[in-house]
Design a binder for this molecule. Structure first.
Ligand code: DNO
Length: 349
């Protein structure tokens, strides 16, 4: 396992110098952020990013994410050109030594929360999801501020997009995903890149939009859509965890033993009610997931891919990108590395 840290490039308040000082973190995962979704990332930009990261003594082997254009998710005619561009991105990334590419297939909204700044009892600020609040939210009234989605849509553009999705069922989304995979996975095989789909966060439909990467059953369907070792998963405990039916250690063992987990996002969440949760510190005691069992499952399958701590709370007065401050994520990395050290040493006894 290689412990990595997400870095948002030069605009990130968290610097590479800070990241390299986190004990046990040896790599970053990043992306090119200033090229519109659907276009090809210029090779110079990829190489410059890699050089910058490596000049700081860190590795760059994983990209999170190469985003998938909505036209591909909706299966529009324009998708073939966009998929060809996606394949060119994979070829370029491979030339720069990238081994893993993370992406998601969530319609319109990536990860979604009802509050980005909820004060927990200890005074830290966390991201939370409350079903009742989200049920009342209207993505078109402009109030929605979600960290994970492309804010470049105008209100009209977003309205059109949401309308177009009205005709798209879950089965349509599965078909569109299959169409995409059938075209990108052969290229990924050729250039030796492992594709790692990120589960839907939260793992249920929101705002009437279909969501399919939500459970063991659906992930199983996913890995068989195109049965290739390059067609794998980003196993995100915090995305799948809010559904108590998702047994994360079991999923790690199941998909891990198939060799289909290519990237691990490891964080805790605390379920606070039906379809409601708070993002907790990484420790088992702080949330609903047993992080020891999760790490043990990774250890048992011999996981040797990249892992990263995931969203952190804002602590010690830090402000910054929701979920992506320095301190709490750094604590998460060190905690996960601590569990890993114990597992490694126990194994050798
Ligand atoms: C949230 C992240 C996601 C993830 C994308 C992958 O913090 O885990 O935004 O990067 O879904 O495409």
């Amino acid at each position: 396992m290689e412990m990595t840290f997400r870095w948002y490039g030069d605009d990130d308040k968290v610097t590479l110098n800070q990241i390299r000082q986190i004990p046990g973190v040896t790599g970053v995962v990043s992306a090119i952020y200033d090229v519109p979704v659907g276009e090809v990332w210029p090779m110079e930009k990829i190489l410059a990013l890699k050089k910058k990261v490596e000049d700081h003594g860190l590795t760059l082997k994983t990209i999170e994410s190469v985003p998938v254009h909505e036209d591909i998710k909706m299966g529009l005619k324009t998708r073939d050109k966009l998929i060809a561009n996606y394949c060119d991105n994979l070829r370029n990334l491979s030339k720069a030594g990238i081994k893993v590419v993370c992406y998601n297939f969530m319609p319109v909204f990536d990860w979604t929360r009802s509050n980005l700044n909820y004060e927990l009892k200890d005074g830290s600020k966390a991201l939370i999801y409350k079903k009742e609040t989200v049920d009342k939210m209207d993505p078109l009234n402009g109030e929605l501020s979600l960290p994970g989605w492309d804010e470049s849509y105008t209100k009209e553009g977003l309205k059109d997009l949401l309308n177009q999705y009205k005709n798209i069922s879950e089965e349509d989304l599965w078909n569109n995903l299959k169409y995409f995979l059938e075209r990108i996975i052969p290229v990924a095989e050729e250039v030796d890149i492992k594709m790692a789909i990120h589960p839907d966060d939260p793992p249920w439909p929101i705002f009437g939009l279909p969501r399919i990467i939500t459970s063991k059953k659906n992930l199983d369907r996913f890995v068989h859509l195109v049965d290739s070792p390059n067609n794998g998963i980003t196993l995100c405990s915090g995305s799948l965890g809010p559904d108590p039916n998702n047994d994360i250690p079991d999923m790690i063992r199941y998909f891990g033993s198939m060799g289909r987990i290519h990237f691990a996002h490891t964080r805790n969440i605390k379920i606070t009610g039906y379809k409601s949760f708070e993002e907790a510190g990484h420790r088992s005691e702080d949330g609903s997931l047993d992080m020891y069992e999760i790490m043990k499952a990774y250890h048992d399958i011999g996981f040797d891919g990249p892992m990263r701590p995931d969203h952190g709370r804002m602590i010690w007065g830090e402000t910054g990108r929701p979920g992506y401050g320095l301190y709490d994520r750094a604590l998460g990395a060190v905690y996960l590395n601590g569990i890993w050290e114990t597992l490694e040493k126990e194994d050798k006894k």
